[in-house]
Design a protein around this ligand. Sequence first.
Ligand code: SDX
Length: 433
Amino acid sequence: MTSSKSKKNVSIDLGHKCIELPRLSGSIGPDVIDIRKLYNNSDLFTFDPGFTSTASCESAITFIDGDKGTLLYRGYSIEELAQKSNYLEVCYLLLYGVLPKKDELLNFTQRVTRHTMLHEQMIYFFRGFRRDAHPMAIICGVQGAMSSFYHDSLDINDPWQREVASIRMIAKLPTIVAYAYKYSTGQPFVYPDNSLDYAENFLYMCFSVPSEKYVPNSILAKAMDRIFLLHADHEQNASTSTVRLAGSSGANPFACIAAGIACLWGPAHGGANEACLDMLKEIGTVDKIPKYINRAKDKNDPFRLMGFGHRVYKSFDPRSKVMKESADEVLNLLGVENNSILKVAKELERIALEDDYFIEKKLYPNVDFYSGIILEAMGFSTSMFTPIFALARTVGWISHWMEMLSDPNQKIGRPRQLYTGPAYNSYIKIDER
Ligand code: SDX
């Protein structure tokens, strides 16, 4: 990782004294003020709930320019990767920092393929859940339980064990997610088929049944692979920051990724694709859109347009542009281009992009806006959308976890606070209260 470079210091006038803090530059993007010595030199903390102006780490994996709508994986634009690459090649790029040569990609693909099966005894975990359990509850539990099976890849200080744990999770998350889907439908689990590629195998495990032959449709498999690729990583988002924080305590890799899955579940984050589709269904028809737009504008109404807005993108989310192309391909293939949900989505997008409120607030469709439409058209239940997001993001979480462990500045994450509670209460006996 090319480390940051120091530039001219920043002076901070504290009133009673001035202190100098280093200003650091990365390769692209905003400089940072290095405040590591601030508290020791001033008895002051910084205050930044939600970390809107705080860089938590150095990273060389993904770069986002929210104003320009730029997303780079190891310097390669998401648009170019979506057009020319595929998910497993992008996994290699995110993990190792370079595009693989042909033999490297073949070896990586073979290693992932040979780890797709779960330990047979793990199947009992699924049976412990109600059939109507949310699949995120299942995958969060089963992912964490992997640490009780793979004792030979728990030592975070052993590079070989870190690598094996990473390959296992990239390989097994599709199986875990597919099993959770099958369990919710009451159909038997379908073992991985190693003759299929990553996306084809996922569709096969989800949609094939023992009683019939199933050949994954190549257009659907390409769309699935593209959804995985577009969701693979996204800098220091909430779930990735959760994985980094869990990893900073030395927790095992399976537990760290389970923590990331738990955080992603929220509707403000990875749960937005499920919430977005539920919202589009609630709107139902184009003529009802204005009512919901007014609700979104109403300060007293907690309703938000799911699939719109982003903490970083204050222009379009480049992923949603690519996702929209896939949505058109899939819906045309399935003959559902007149899908009423899609009509509502496209009209909602048109209005939102012209409406002064959304323009002023810089609210554009994000990655979750179109992914749900594609997944629903493929036949997935809405509760499966976030598990699929988690499957795809696992490689991003692992890449950041690996980077964090190899960072010489790495220490346990432990933020401070601005305390506003009572000071120095004395204990009062219960009879005197
Ligand atoms: C993901 O971080 C990542 O990178 C995440 C992600 C990834 O790949 O990991 O990109 C994936 O999580 C995408 C985002 C999915 N979430 C949603 O679609 C849920 C709906 N969106 C919002 O909840 C919201 O936009 C957030 C949470 C995404 C961003 O919230 P911010 O940056 O904290 O913005 P904010 O809440 O401060 O909103 C700014 C203003 C507010 O109005 P004011 O208080 O300034 O008057 O915009 C308004 C908000 O009320 N606003 C919305 C809105 N989102 C923000 N108004 C209506 N509808 C919305 N969707």
